[in-house]
Design a protein around this ligand. Structure first.
Ligand SMILES: [Zn+2]
Length: 288
């Protein structure tokens, strides 16, 4: 029987300042009619995951509107200072006047892997012209993006495979991890792995059998792309148990190499690739 590796890397967790967490939880109840199971604040989230075999945690947050990225990123710098073995995809909003200067400085932090773009919530296209300098910067600095750009569990005019393809045609080598395996257009996002050498998919909130929108291509597709998938939990913003996803993936009973790669080695390679190339331009204390 396959098993999970001894230390798991969670490549898609969320940590937010307390007040933002609370408003996200309220949004889930009012907007989706679903209660977030684990309403835990950032230290509690880290403790919860650490007790369950997660070593390295890669978390993200995002700027849901203009003007909030600075405060969220100041908070990120404090949290990274406080908690070791934590990595971050920080907040970016292209509407902020100082967005690029802020981004340039943040990328100096060795444990800021890049930025999270949540196109569904932030409501701009992945190929928005305002993002092009950010993409150039990410490539030049050897960093990465985490993008929520799929149509699941809900979509709008800013997300979907067609928009993402338009970006990748222009930046085929862009280092980007697509959240939720690209839900719901799983096949199309997997196809793109062949043309885009730095594209990865994460598993977050995708393996809930029987739930509409759950991953539907079967275990063979996973095994074929096992070098380009990383495990992520979406914790703590989950409306179904985190364990269900682990049980589903283990239940496929794929060769052990699949679990070793997806739950550890692939993420390790990405992180080491970024931190190995890292050259700080400013001392960390001077980032704010
Ligand atoms: Zn997420």
């Amino acid at each position: 029987m396959a098993k999970l590796p001894a230390t798991i890397i969670d490549f898609h967790a969320h940590l937010f300042p307390d007040r933002l967490f609370e408003s996200i939880w309220r949004f889930f109840e009012q907007g989706y009619g679903a209660r977030v199971i684990h309403q835990l604040y950032y230290r509690q989230c880290v403790d919860y995951l650490r007790l369950r075999g997660i070593g390295t945690i890669v978390y993200s947050n995002y700027a849901h509107r203009q003007g909030v990225a600075k405060a969220v990123n100041d908070w990120n710098l404090e949290v990274l200072e406080e908690i070791p073995d934590l990595y971050c995809f920080a907040a970016f909003h292209p509407g902020d006047t100082d967005a690029l200067q802020m981004a340039e400085r943040l990328l100096d932090h060795p444990r800021i892997l890049g930025f999270k773009l949540h196109l569904l919530v932030q409501r701009f296209y992945p190929h928005d012209e305002r993002l092009m300098p950010l993409y150039d910067m990410i490539q030049a600095r050897g960093k990465r993006l985490l993008m929520h750009v799929g149509t699941g569990p809900v979509g709008n005019e800013f997300v979907g495979l067609a928009h993402f393809k338009r970006l990748m045609e222009r930046f085929p080598e862009l280092p980007v991890t697509v959240a939720h395996m690209g839900a719901l257009e799983y096949g199309g996002f997997m196809e793109l792995l062949h043309d885009c050498p730095n594209l990865y998919l994460d598993t977050a909130f995708t393996f809930y059998p029987g739930r509409p929108g759950s991953f539907d291509l079967g275990p063979d597709a996973l095994e074929r792309h096992q070098d380009r998938i990383v495990y992520g939990s979406d914790f703590p913003n989950l409306i179904l148990p985190r364990e269900t996803e682990l049980d589903c993936l283990l239940g496929y009973n794929l060769p052990q190499a699949f679990y070793d790669k997806v739950f550890h080695a692939n993420a390790r390679r990405i992180i080491d690739g970024i931190t190995g190339k890292h050259r700080s331009r400013h001392p960390i204390g001077a980032l704010k």
